[in-house]
Ligand binder design. Structure first.
Ligand code: URA
Length: 431
């Protein structure tokens, strides 16, 4: 078999066999297939799609590209949640400790920033020392001892996803349903969790813009999960405007800490409570939604969720003094608040433009090996539907470069649209 023939086959809209997909994934992990060939293959998949059968084969090949964990001897049930990618989506940082504090073990394998969307691992690395490269053995031990793990793809677990993910980020090949579905579900299968809540985002700042696309992605992922013997549910949530107010790595960590301490933006709290409650239901720690929600609310109110977050940071090598005094987290040199150019109701805060502006500032990557600037980002001050007076603060940019700050200011101003008529707030969840 030759990789070039497989690329040509996909370029010509043909269906790849399981053997061809396995050949690609194995060769890529062993560095026998070059990045430029993998990028070309990914672009052919993005343009021409994959059948559900090809998507499932790809998922299983990626899941088995390294070790797969069997957690059944570690805990009775371990759960995970995964977002399909969005702007300001720091849900994992709050939901994991809430759910773990409610007594349900959570084993999570996360990703880095992808295109305009932020990544949990990049956010967590704002905390000096925090390790995201746990080995399979460390993953299991920590799940057993602490009831909570947050890792990336190490050399042992789904390494093909880590490699392909980094390549897709910088080659315009993120927005592909089969590549997203296989990336997410391969991590879940490799990590051995028995139950998964999928948070499929839709809207201007999501990879799936319409309800139909999001529903299709959700259905494909749930079907793959069921096939692999995992209890899987999906929620479809809004990503037209950023979630919460903070976008950018350490700014998002700050917002998550604030939320775990009982503060935080209303939409973000509500989103986290709903996702956490879904996890408790699926993990059979509660029977009814109302019961699950009050357990999650109580975990925040009594401080146990925040304590769990501290435990996670400490056990994965993070410097706890940055959590206890978050003012130590990376801070940008230039902080500028931009005023609303006019009065009116806020009609749109275009999430993708906001995400792209933060990548421009340095919060994401343009090339595979680019370093992340953890300090930069933006705080959005309003939500769609808010009534705003001209001249009041609209957003605050955190930058380390004056030229990039100017570019980001223009983009984020364009992201805000106003109306003279009242505007209804956006829903948080669709289905
Ligand atoms: N999250 C992932 O883990 N992979 C994707 O491709 C998109 C979102």
């Amino acid at each position: 078999m030759r990789i070039v023939d497989i690329i040509i086959k996909k370029r010509d809209h043909k269906e790849l066999t399981k053997e061809e997909i396995d050949f690609f994934v194995e060769g890529f992990v062993k560095n026998e297939i070059q990045d430029y060939q993998a990028a070309s293959w990914a672009m052919a998949v993005l343009l021409n799609g994959m059948t559900p059968r090809e998507t499932t084969d790809l998922t299983l090949a990626i899941a088995h590209s390294g070790d797969t964990l069997d957690l059944s001897d570690v805990v009775d049930i371990a759960i995970d949640k995964h977002s399909s990618g969005g702007v300001g989506d720091k849900t994992t940082l709050a939901v994991l400790p809430v759910v773990a504090a409610c007594g349900l073990p959570v084993g999570k394998m996360s990703g880095r920033g992808l295109g305009f969307s932020g990544g949990t691992l990049d956010k967590m690395e704002s905390i000096p020392g925090f390790r995201v490269d746990l080995t399979a053995e460390e993953f299991k031990k920590q799940l057993h001892d602490v009831g909570m793990v947050l890792s990336g793809q190490s050399a042992d677990l789904a390494p093909a996803d880590g490699k392909l993910y980094a390549l897709r980020d910088v080659t315009g090949t993120v927005k592909s349903m089969p590549l997203i579905a296989s990336s997410i579900m391969s991590k879940k299968i490799a990590s051995g969790v028995q139950a998964i809540v999928l948070d499929v985002k839709l809207g201007l700042g999501a990879f799936m813009e319409t309800l139909e696309e999001a529903r299709e992605l959700a259905k494909r992922m749930v079907a793959i999960g069921e096939l692999a013997g995992r209890k899987t549910v999906a929620v479809l949530s809004d990503m037209n405007q950023p979630l919460g107010y903070a976008v950018g790595n350490s700014l998002e960590v700050l917002e998550a800490i604030d939320t775990l301490q009982g503060g935080g933006p209303d939409d973000f709290i509500e989103h986290c409570l709903h996702v956490s409650a879904q996890m408790l239901l699926l993990g059979k720690r509660a029977e009814k939604m109302a019961e699950a929600r009050s357990m999650c609310e109580a975990a925040i109110a009594d401080g146990s969720a925040f304590e769990k977050f501290r435990e996670l940071i400490s056990v994965q090598g993070g410097n706890l003094s940055y959590i206890d005094d978050p003012s130590k987290l990376p801070k940008a040199k230039l902080i500028e608040t931009v005023a609303a150019p006019r009065s009116g109701s806020l009609l749109q805060v275009h999430a993708r433009l906001v995400g792209e502006a933060t990548v421009t500032l340095g919060a994401g990557r343009s090339k595979k090996d680019d370093a992340i600037d953890h300090a930069v980002g933006v705080i959005i001050h309003h939500k769609v539907g808010d009534i705003i007076n001209g001249g009041e603060p609209l957003f605050t940019i955190h930058a380390n470069d004056a030229e990039l700050l100017t570019q980001a200011r223009e983009t984020i101003l364009k992201a805000h649209l106003f109306s003279d008529d009242p505007v209804a707030p956006l829903p948080l969840f669709y289905e």
